[in-house]
Ligand binder design. Structure first.
Ligand SMILES: NC(=O)c1ccc[n+]([C@@H]2O[C@H](COP(=O)([O-])OP(=O)(O)OC[C@H]3O[C@@H](n4cnc5c(N)ncnc54)[C@H](OP(=O)(O)O)[C@@H]3O)[C@@H](O)[C@H]2O)c1
Length: 380
């Protein structure tokens, strides 16, 4: 029986992690949960799972705390305490955006095993995370379906014999659109994904391909492979989650019906495999799997991600910060869809400070980049 903490339990990853826990009561006990704005859902999760801890907004009503049986940990500090609980065997980190980095670093300082869905924290916090893993002996098991696929395709193989990683991308709804067509994309259109049902930020990132840009950097950092040996293929069916090619030309691919409950569960049961809620893959029913080259020259989010990997320093953090600021501005109706690319491009033209491997310094780099992004957005 593993004690599981789910950070971001009210989100897309979080609710699916709870489904996995519910489907295997003999394997998992939900020790703690956290949410930010969706307090009613958080209260409902407390009622059905009876966790020992909940972290949420300061004003969380006491009446939901099971007469004191569920301990309340308030605010950001509470999320960090939850992320580092002594009794936790595994921490699922499904918080969205840069905010996941502080709790991730607290988990790693306690040497925890983290099932990590959040990609922004790896992209921005790489030097710090590497130090914490080395110093405290924690483990990161990837949940992001592409990284989970690569992790599985590397099982039992020699890393030095890898020729390249091949990340697949559904391409979202707009990968064939011209720039003029992209200019007219509405928030509603950007929020509907053809194959995955996810939180709003990652759905928009999938439609701009910034999600793939973040994943290129995430893969480079998680598996310690240089950007030149990471390729992207557009694969609209989202059946092949990613591939690894070896020196002899063998390519391992990880395939399944697109269902995040599978990589979430695998990270929670690793190295074991147990029955899951994912539907069996019917390849004959699908009949055709398509792949298209994702030319970085045509996809600015991918081109800029490779550029940030090459430049290193604060540039990956700036890429993420500028994108987060631009996505928020797009959702608020302040800028056009194509301005998201222009915002990130403009921020990457600026001098970005190189962060030290500590949270304060990385947060400062993130702040500076957001300021540059806001000033560009204000001028659009
Ligand atoms: N969804 C997927 O299928 C998927 C797949 C691969 C990777 N990922 C990655 O997983 C992460 C989560 O994605 P998601 O789609 O699950 O997002 P989501 O549905 O928006 O959920 C985000 C969760 O984080 C909480 N949260 C938001 N801001 C927070 C903050 N500042 N402090 C603490 N908690 C905060 C939210 O709480 P409230 O909702 O209560 O406000 C919610 O529980 C992202 O990094 C994404 O890239 C997601």
């Amino acid at each position: 029986m593993k004690n599981v903490v789910v950070l971001g339990s009210t989100g897309s990853i979080g609710t699916q992690a709870l489904e996995v826990i519910k489907s295997h009561p003999e394997q998992f006990r939900l020790l703690g949960i956290s949410g930010k704005r969706r307090t009613e859902l958080l209260a409902e999760q407390i009622r059905s799972f009876r966790p020992s801890y909940v972290a949420g907004p300061e004003a969380f009503p006491e009446e939901f705390l099971l007469n004191g049986a569920c301990r309340f940990l308030p605010g950001e500090e509470g999320v960090c305490l939850l992320a580092s609980l002594e009794e936790a065997d595994i921490v699922v980190n499904g918080i969205s955006g840069f905010s996941a980095l502080a709790p991730l670093s607290e988990s790693l300082k306690k040497g925890k095993t983290v099932a990590l869905a959040n990609k922004e924290s790896i992209v921005c916090g790489k030097p710090l995370i590497r130090e914490l893993l080395d110093a405290y002996g924690g483990t990161i098991l990837p949940v992001d379906s592409e990284q989970s696929a690569i992790f599985q395709c590397m099982n039992g193989e020699k890393k030095e014999q890898i020729r390249r990683l091949i990340l697949t991308a559904s391409g979202g709804r707009f990968f064939r659109c011209t720039w003029d067509e992209l200019k007219k994309v509405t928030v509603e259109q950007a929020l509907s994904h053809p194959t995955w049902s996810m939180g709003s930020k990652i759905t928009i990132d999938s439609s701009t391909l910034f999600n793939k840009g973040l994943e290129i950097m995430e893969a480079a950092y998680l598996f310690d492979i240089p950007g030149e040996r990471i390729d992207v293929l557009i694969h609209p069916q989202s059946i092949v989650h990613s591939m690894v090619e070896y020196e002899d030309g063998t390519v391992f691919a990880d395939m399944s019906t697109p269902d995040m409950r599978l990589p979430i569960q695998y990270a929670m049961t690793y190295p074991d495999r147990i029955p899951s809620l994912c539907r069996t893959l019917d390849l004959a029913g699908i009949a055709e799997l398509m792949f298209f080259r994702a030319d970085p020259a045509r996809y600015p989010a991918i081109r800029m991600a490779y550029e940030c990997l090459r430049r290193g320093g604060g540039y990956p953090t700036a890429y993420n910060a500028a994108n987060e600021a631009a996505v928020a501005a797009f959702v608020q109706g302040r800028i056009l869809f194509t301005d998201i690319y222009d915002t990130v491009d403009a921020v990457l033209q600026r001098e970005i400070p190189r962060p030290e491997p500590d949270l304060k310094s990385i947060c400062e780099c993130d702040r500076v980049a957001r300021e540059f992004a806001e000033s560009f957005i204000g001028s659009v």
